[in-house]
Design a protein around this ligand. Structure first.
Ligand code: CA
Ligand code: CA
Ligand code: CA
Ligand code: CA
Length: 130
């Protein structure tokens, strides 16, 4: 999907909870670097493979294995991230904004999968209400 005004908007400091025009209610939002910065991507749907999803603002670079930080603006349930495609391998859950608690994380570098390995730069699929 293309948006005509994409190249025009300016990036302001991430003081608001939504740091870009895409991250909105219902979405899981990922960023490619720590503290919700650099490349970003949003989705309101389960996704069994982030290998076919491009960051919104980083050319052809894929979301797969690239997320350093995220916020869950989903409307229902927690979200579960997975190491591999089709909701398999190690998992890591996050609450949603309406439930509070752990619903955002500025740095996945200090989080490990349910089995082994670091979540940072390793999320490959996600499922709401898994
Ligand atoms: Ca996908
Ligand atoms: Ca990254
Ligand atoms: Ca992975
Ligand atoms: Ca963390």
């Amino acid at each position: 999907m293309l948006f005509g005004g994409l190249a025009v908007y300016t990036v302001s400091p991430a003081s608001a909870e939504t740091a870009n025009p895409y991250c909105k209610s219902g979405d899981i939002c990922y960023w490619g670097e720590d503290s919700y910065s650099d490349c970003y991507w949003d989705s309101a749907s389960d996704d069994p493979n982030l290998g076919n999803d491009n960051w919104r603002n980083c050319g052809s670079a894929k979301v797969n294995q690239g997320a350093n930080s995220a916020k869950n603006f989903g409307n229902s349930c927690t979200i579960v991230f997975f190491d591999y495609i089709n909701y398999s391998g190690g998992s890591h859950w996050m609450s949603r904004v309406g439930l509070g608690g752990y619903w955002k994380d500025p740095n996945f570098g200090n989080n490990t999968w349910s089995n082994t390995g670091t979540v940072e730069n390793d999320i490959t699929s996600h499922n709401f209400c898994y």
